[in-house]
Design a protein around this ligand. Structure first.
Ligand code: PRT
Length: 212
């Protein structure tokens, strides 16, 4: 069915850090939905002509870029990782974090030039590769899916590139940030295939703050 004739679709994270804040944001705009059956990955919003699609956070940019979803709430970090440019309707006051390269506290690596020839483990190989190219640094990228902080202790890597928020996980693994390669927060994005500026209309007059 053409996007013009079907209900609007918003993709949000199915479970994880951005899920609750995304739902709270939608609630602040007046969206009413019943999440009684959490296993349904498509939930109809009762107050708007909108369906909420629950998917993996890292897949949201692809849903939105393809037009399978008209809107999405995701971190800037996943847009950057997939190298997808999307229209950002608004930045949202949650999901704040940084993508950093961190090295062992005891390491002799003290500047970014010291990364030359080293092994860097990351769940963000695309972002890291582009940054290394920009800096003209040649390092081996070790792609892993998670628990990146443990890779140095286990001698899989010499450094890591991972998200950090409070810095506590890095500290717990005797790692210190050497450089921030990306600052991230949640954003509301719009597909190039979306039929109308639906969110712009409902977002326009709202000011939204998440209380922490
Ligand atoms: O849904 P999917 O499985 O694809 O995604 P996911 O498993 O990556 O989801 P999730 O819920 O872990 O993260 C979703 C998004 O939340 C991230 O992509 C960021 O946009 C945002 N975010 C904000 C964070 C953090 N803060 C964060 N601290 N994502 C992950 N972390 C992890 C980090 O990887 C590290 O392991 O938290 C740990 C460090 O936290 P601190 O506070 O100790 O520094």
């Amino acid at each position: 069915m053409s996007n013009k004739f079907r209900r609007h679709r918003l993709a949000i994270q199915s479970s994880g850090r951005l899920r609750e804040d995304s739902l709270e944001y939608m609630g602040s705009l007046g969206a009413e939905f019943s999440l009684a059956d959490d296993r349904r990955l498509i939930q109809a919003c009762q107050s708007f002509n909108l369906d909420i699609i629950s998917v993996r956070h890292s897949d949201i940019p692809r849903y939105v870029a393809s037009g399978a979803a008209d809107y999405g709430i995701c971190g800037i970090n996943v847009l950057a990782e997939l190298n997808i440019t999307a229209k950002v309707i608004t930045t949202l006051p949650f999901g704040f974090c940084k993508l950093v390269i961190a090295v062992p506290e005891s390491s002799s690596m003290q500047t970014i030039a010291d990364l030359e020839g080293e092994r860097i483990a990351t769940a963000y190989p695309g972002s890291l590769e582009r940054w290394l190219q920009d800096q003209n640094i040649h390092a081996a990228i070790i792609p892993i899916r998670g628990s990146v902080e443990v890779s140095v202790e286990l001698n899989l890597a010499d450094a890591i590139c991972d998200l950090t928020q409070s810095g506590r996980t890095l500290k717990a693994h005797q790692l210190i940030p050497l450089v921030t390669i990306l600052e991230s927060q949640a954003v509301l994005i719009q597909s190039p295939h979306a039929s109308k500026p639906f969110f712009e209309l409902i977002e326009k007059n709202k000011s939204y703050v998440v209380e922490k």
